[in-house]
Design a protein around this ligand. Structure first.
Ligand code: HEC
Ligand code: HEC
Ligand code: HEC
Ligand code: HEC
Ligand code: HEC
Ligand code: HEC
Ligand code: HEC
Ligand code: HEC
Length: 478
C-alpha cells in the first residue's frame, strides 16, 4: 500500500532536485520556456543517462531549460522533426528508429540507450543528447561534467563510423562513405602543422578562423581534423539551407562556402618560392580574376566571366560538385544507391554498378562518369555536356603544349633556379607570368577542371601568353 507520506517525500525530493537543476545553475540566456519551465527531468534507469524531452509534444529538451539559444536554433532543424518524418514516410519499421530518435548512435555511449532501451516518447527525434551524449550527470551538476560533442567521423582504423557518421551512412544516405572518398577526408600533415596553412588544412583552425568559439572534444587535440562534416555544417543552426555554416546559394565568392578555402593563390606571387604555382585558384578563376594578364593583351581581370560564374549558375561550385542522383538497377529498375554528392566530384567516375567509385583517372566516355551535375537545369543532355567538355579539352590542350614548348626555348630548365623563370628571384618576367598561366590551365593534373571553371578565360590567357612570350623573347616554334 502506498503511504501518502512517502509520496510527499518523493514530491519534495523532486522539488529539491528541480531547484538544484534549474534554480541555480542556469546560463545567462533568456529562457525559451517563459515562466513555466518544465519539471520532470529524472531519466528512466534503463536510459543510460539520457534525459530527452521534458515536453515531447512541444519539443522541449531538458538541455534547453538552461541552453536557450541552442534549443531555439535546433528546433528549426530537420533533426527536431526526425521522428515525424519517419512516421510520415509510411515505411517506418523498428530498425529505422534508432537513427530517428535519441539512442547510442551519434555520441559517446556505446551500449543501447534512450529510445532503444525504454521506448519512452521523451526520446523521439534527434535531440541534443544524440550528439552530446547522456546529460544526466551534467544536468545534476553542470560545472562538474560537461557533455561536449565530438567532430570526428572516422575512427583511427579508418572504417569505424563515429558521431554524425553513425547515422549519416548506408545506401539511402551514404554521406560518410562518399566523403571518405573525397580529398576533404584527407589531412596533409605538413600543411596542418603550419599556422599559415592551418586555416584551410586543419579543421580546428578553420573553425576558429570562422568565429566558432564553442568547445568540442577535439578542440585542443594535437591530432588535426580534416574537413569533417561539422566544418561545413553547423550542428544547430539552420539559417542557411542544409545547415551550412555559409551559404552555397550565392554567386558572391565573398560569401560562398566553398570559396572560403578554394582561394589561396589565384595570381602569381613574386615573393613566394611557390609563387608560380596556383594554389586552389578555383574561386577567382570562375570570376575571371585568376591568372597573369599580359599587359596590352586586352584580357583584363574580371572581364571574362562565363555562365558558370554568373547569375545563370546561382549555386556556383555546388551546382557541379555537390549533385545528388539516384542509381537504379539497369535490369530491374530497382533502387540501388542514393549518391549524395559528397565525393565533391563534378563528373565522378562510376563503378560497374553506376555508383561513384572515388577514382579520378577514368576516361571521359559517356558511361565512365556521371554527368548529372552538368544536366539538370543547364545542359540538355549528358551527350551534350560530354561533347562540350571534349571540345574544350581539344581546344585548350594544344595551347598548353604550344606555350610550354615556347617556354622551354626561353628557359630550358623551366622553374629550376636560374634563367627567365626563377621563383626564387623576386623580379618578375613575362616568361614567369606565362608559366603561371600554363600551371593554371593544367591545375589538377590536366586541363578539364580549369577549362570548365572558365571556358573562355583559359584559352584567352593561353593565347595572350603565347603572343607575349613570342614578342618579348623573339622566339617561335619550328
Ligand atoms: C541546470 C542547467 C543546465 C542544464 C539543464 C544543462 N546545462 Fe549544459 N551547462 C550549464 C552550465 C551552467 C554550463 C557551464 C558550466 C561551466 O562552464 O562550468 C554548461 C555547459 C555546457 C556545455 C559546455 C559549453 C562550454 O561553453 O564549454 C555543453 C556542451 C552543455 N552544457 C550541453 C548541455 C546538454 C547537451 C544538456 C542536456 C543534456 C545540458 N547542457 C543541460 C547548465 C545546464
Ligand atoms: C543509419 C541510420 C538510419 C536508419 C537506420 C534509417 N534512417 Fe532515415 N534518415 C537517416 C538520415 C541520416 C536522414 C537524413 C538524410 C538526408 O538528409 O539526406 C534520414 C532521412 C529520412 C527521411 C527524410 C527524407 C527527406 O527527404 O526528408 C525519411 C522519410 C526516412 N529517413 C525514413 C526512414 C525509414 C522508413 C527507415 C527504415 C526503413 C529509415 N529512415 C532508417 C538515417 C537513418
Ligand atoms: C541519431 C542520428 C543522427 C545523428 C547523430 C546526426 N544526424 Fe543529421 N539527420 C538525422 C536524420 C534522421 C535526419 C533527417 C530528418 C528528417 O528529414 O526528417 C538528419 C538530417 C540532417 C541534415 C539535413 C538538414 C536539411 O536541412 O536537409 C543535416 C545537414 C544533418 N543531419 C547533419 C548532421 C551533422 C553535421 C551531424 C553531426 C554533428 C548529424 N547530422 C548527426 C540523423 C542524425
Ligand atoms: C547534430 C548534433 C548536435 C545536436 C542535435 C545538438 N548539438 Fe550542441 N553541439 C554540437 C556540436 C558538433 C558542437 C560544437 C561545434 C559547434 O558549435 O558547431 C555543439 C556545441 C554545443 C554547445 C557549446 C556551445 C559553446 O558556446 O561552447 C552547447 C551548449 C550545445 N551544443 C548545446 C546543445 C543543446 C542544448 C542542444 C539541443 C537543443 C544541442 N546542442 C543539439 C552538436 C549537436
Ligand atoms: C566541404 C563541405 C561539406 C562537407 C565536408 C560535408 N558537407 Fe554535407 N553538404 C554540403 C553542401 C554544399 C550541401 C548541399 C546543401 C544544399 O543543397 O543547399 C550538403 C548537404 C548535406 C545534407 C542535406 C542533404 C539534403 O537532402 O538536403 C546532409 C544530410 C549532409 N550534407 C550531411 C553531411 C555529413 C554527414 C557530412 C560528413 C560525413 C557532410 N555532410 C560533409 C557540404 C558539405
Ligand atoms: C575548410 C576548407 C574547405 C572548404 C570549405 C571546402 N574545401 Fe574543398 N578542399 C579543401 C582542401 C584542404 C582540399 C585538399 C585536400 C587534400 O588534397 O588532401 C580540398 C579538395 C577539394 C576537391 C578535390 C580536389 C582534388 O582533386 O584534390 C574538390 C573537388 C573540392 N575540394 C571541392 C569543394 C567544394 C565544391 C566545396 C564547397 C561545397 C569545398 N570544396 C569546400 C578545403 C576546403
Ligand atoms: C585559403 C585556404 C588555403 C590555405 C591557407 C592553404 N591551402 Fe593548401 N589547399 C587548399 C585547397 C582548397 C586545396 C585543394 C584544391 C586545389 O588543390 O586546388 C589545397 C591543396 C593543397 C595541397 C595539395 C595539392 C595537390 O596537388 O594535391 C597541398 C600539398 C597544400 N594545399 C599545401 C598547403 C600548404 C603547405 C599551405 C601553407 C603554406 C597551404 N596549403 C595553405 C587551401 C589552402
Ligand atoms: C560548371 C561546373 C563546375 C563548376 C561551377 C565548378 N566546377 Fe570545379 N570542376 C568541374 C570539372 C568538370 C572539373 C574536372 C573534374 C575532373 O577532372 O574529373 C572540376 C575540377 C575541380 C577541382 C580539381 C582541380 C582541377 O582544377 O581539376 C577543384 C578543386 C574544383 N573543381 C573546385 C571547384 C570550386 C571551389 C568551384 C567554385 C568556385 C568549382 N569547382 C566550380 C566543374 C565545375
Amino acid at each position: 500500500m502506498t503511504d501518502s507520506r512517502s509520496v510527499r517525500a518523493v514530491l519534495f525530493t523532486s522539488l529539491v532536485l528541480f531547484t538544484a537543476m534549474f534554480g541555480t545553475a542556469c546560463l545567462d540566456q533568456e529562457s525559451v520556456y517563459g515562466d513555466d519551465r518544465p519539471a520532470s527531468t529524472v531519466p528512466p534507469t534503463a536510459s543510460q543517462g539520457m534525459i530527452g524531452y521534458v515536453n515531447a509534444e512541444q519539443g522541449l529538451t531538458v538541455c534547453g531549460n538552461c541552453h536557450a539559444q541552442p534549443q531555439a536554433q535546433w528546433s528549426g532543424t530537420k533533426h527536431a522533426g526526425a521522428w515525424e518524418g519517419l512516421q510520415e514516410s509510411g515505411h517506418a519499421q523498428e530498425f529505422c528508429e534508432s537513427c530517428h530518435a535519441v539512442s547510442q548512435l551519434g555520441n559517446a555511449n556505446s551500449v543501447p540507450s534512450g529510445w532503444e532501451t525504454t521506448g519512452d516518447p521523451r526520446y523521439l527525434d534527434v535531440q541534443c543528447e544524440s550528439c552530446h551524449g547522456p546529460g544526466a550527470e551534467h544536468v545534476a551538476d553542470p560545472e562538474a561534467v560537461q557533455p561536449y560533442a565530438a567532430l570526428s567521423v572516422l575512427a583511427a582504423d579508418g572504417t569505424t563510423y563515429l558521431n554524425c557518421a553513425e547515422c549519416h551512412n548506408g545506401t539511402h544516405h551514404p554521406f560518410v562513405e562518399q566523403w571518405s572518398l573525397s580529398g576533404h577526408s584527407q589531412v596533409i600533415g605538413f600543411a596542418a602543422e603550419r599556422a599559415e596553412c592551418a586555416g584551410c588544412h586543419r579543421g580546428q583552425a578553420t573553425l576558429l578562423e570562422w568565429g566558432v568559439r564553442s568547445d568540442y572534444v577535439e578542440r585542443d587535440s594535437e591530432e588535426p581534423l580534416p574537413v569533417v562534416c561539422s566544418v561545413c555544417h553547423s550542428a544547430h543552426d539552420a539559417t542557411f539551407a542544409g545547415q551550412l555554416r555559409f551559404p552555397v546559394e550565392t554567386t558572391s565568392i565573398g560569401l560562398h562556402l566553398c570559396a572560403r578555402c578554394h582561394n589561396r593563390r589565384p595570381i602569381p606571387d613574386p615573393n613566394s618560392s611557390h609563387g608560380l604555382a596556383p594554389h586552389s585558384p578555383e574561386s577567382e578563376l570562375i570570376k575571371g580574376e585568376a591568372g597573369w594578364f599580359p599587359p596590352g593583351s586586352g584580357v583584363a581581370p574580371g572581364s571574362i566571366i562565363t555562365s558558370h560564374g554568373s547569375e545563370a549558375n546561382p549555386r556556383l561550385c555546388a551546382t557541379c560538385h555537390v549533385e545528388p542522383f539516384t542509381v537504379t538497377n539497369t535490369e530491374t529498375g530497382d533502387f540501388e544507391f542514393q549518391a549524395v554528392g559528397h565525393t565533391f566530384q563534378a563528373i565522378p567516375c562510376l563503378d560497374e554498378d553506376g555508383i561513384p567509385s572515388g577514382a579520378t583517372d577514368c576516361g571521359t566516355d559517356l558511361a565512365d562518369r556521371s554527368w548529372s551535375g552538368c544536366t539538370g537545369e543547364c545542359h540538355g543532355s549528358a551527350e551534350q555536356a560530354q561533347g562540350l567538355l571534349t571540345f574544350k579539352v581539344n581546344q585548350v590542350e594544344p595551347l598548353t603544349e604550344e606555350l610550354i614548348a615556347l617556354l622551354e626555348i626561353v628557359d630550358p630548365n623551366l622553374d629550376e633556379e636560374g634563367g627567365e623563370i626563377d621563383p626564387t628571384d623576386p623580379s618578375f618576367t613575362v616568361a614567369e607570368g606565362a608559366f603561371f598561366n600554363y600551371n593554371l590551365a593544367t591545375h589538377g593534373g590536366d586541363v578539364k577542371g580549369s577549362a570548365i571553371h572558365n571556358p573562355q578565360l583559359i584559352p584567352a590567357l593561353l593565347e595572350a601568353s603565347i603572343e607575349a612570350v613570342e614578342d618579348e623573347y623573339e622566339v617561335a616554334l619550328p
